[in-house]
Design a protein around this ligand. Structure first.
Ligand code: XMP
Length: 314
């Protein structure tokens, strides 16, 4: 396996495919897969590629700003759509996770269709990886596990052609390509993040309060792991919050606080995963800091492998 050879294969594929497109809509999330796909397509086809970054208001702490500046630093000039209000108001009152995914998928589709029409895009670039192809195949069977909305294949709203230059690669291979291309470290090593974002890490209705808790608690987990040199050693590390409560004492008062669950997993490709055994001292630091978030009164640690669990709570 050699980055230079792989790049030249992918670029030839893209040159051939894009020559049959009027314009290509590249949906960029700021993750390594979509960033590598977009950068390579832009190298091959320049202005024919229209990168679009949609902020659904369900991103990690500070993520929109850092994605925009990282993309700019490598010459990817995106159309930025801040649709936070629309996504969050459409999720009001929705408790069921699959319903949340469906609503989020529909809004994304509408935004991308409108931009495709306006910009004259007849091709769509996706950062699909090999495990996505395998898992989406598995999901066609009788038991759909979760409806990830970016699995391989033509999205029903899109009338044109889909280009998937990374569909035979694994994440570690894409990270090697990204490093070779000089993509900033914060994108190369960023943990995978689900398309519907924090909506799947808030169990039950996505309220402002729960969203704020999960965003802050996840940022604490990431910060502690980075400080301890563990961030790059694990596959994903985040927090989850639901509606269950635990009575706590803050100052002299009783608090009807939220329970935050911390999930840190090791994995090769997300098809299977193991929970990460943290040292007590690190657990203590994470626990103390998350417990100091005003409405949180209990921190738990998720210790179930995939399978039988999945990585995200829903
Ligand atoms: P699960 O929870 O199914 O997740 O074990 C496997 C991997 O996929 C990510 N994930 C998603 N990625 N859209 C995505 O792009 C989604 O809807 C989605 N749901 C889960 C998850 O973070 C893990 O790395």
């Amino acid at each position: 396996w050699n980055a230079e050879r792989m790049l030249s294969l992918i670029e030839s594929y893209l040159a051939k495919e894009i020559s049959g497109c009027k314009k290509v809509l590249a949906a960029v999330s700021g993750g390594v897969d979509s960033t590598v796909s977009t950068l390579l397509a832009s190298r091959v086809a320049g202005d024919k590629v229209v990168p679009v970054f949609v902020n659904h208001g369900l991103l990690r702490k500070g993520e929109a700003e850092s994605v925009l500046s990282s993309l700019k630093s490598i010459g990817i000039d995106v159309i930025y759509v801040d649709a936070s209000e629309e996504f969050l108001s459409s999720l009001k009152g929705i408790k069921d996770c699959e319903k949340k995914r469906e609503i989020i998928g529909e809004i994304f589709a509408r935004i991308f269709s409108e931009i495709s029409e306006r910009e004259g895009c007849d091709c769509l670039l996706q950062g699909t990886l090999y495990p996505d192809v395998v898992e989406s195949g598995a999901e066609i069977g009788a038991d759909r596990i979760k409806s990830h909305h970016n699995v391989a294949g033509l999205p029903p709203w899109f009338k044109g052609r889909v280009l998937e230059p990374l569909r035979y690669l694994y994440k570690d291979e894409v990270r090697k390509l990204a490093k070779y291309l000089g993509i900033p470290e914060e994108i190369v090593n960023k943990h995978p993040f689900p398309g519907p974002g924090l909506a799947v890490r808030v169990i039950g209705e996505v309220t402002e309060e729960k969203l704020e808790i999960v965003r802050e608690a996840s940022s604490i987990v990431e910060e502690v792991l980075r400080k301890r040199g563990l961030y790059d050693k694990v596959w994903q590390a985040f927090s989850v919050v639901g509606d269950d409560r635990w009575v706590g004492i803050k100052g002299d008062s009783r608090v009807d606080g939220y329970i935050v669950t911390v999930r840190i997993v090791e994995s090769e490709d997300a098809m299977t995963a193991d929970w990460f055994a943290l040292d007590r001292e690190i657990m203590e630091e994470i626990s103390k800091r998350i417990s100091s978030i005003p409405r949180v009164s209990m921190v738990t640690y998720a210790i179930t492998t995939k399978p039988p669990s999945t990585i995200e709570p829903c």
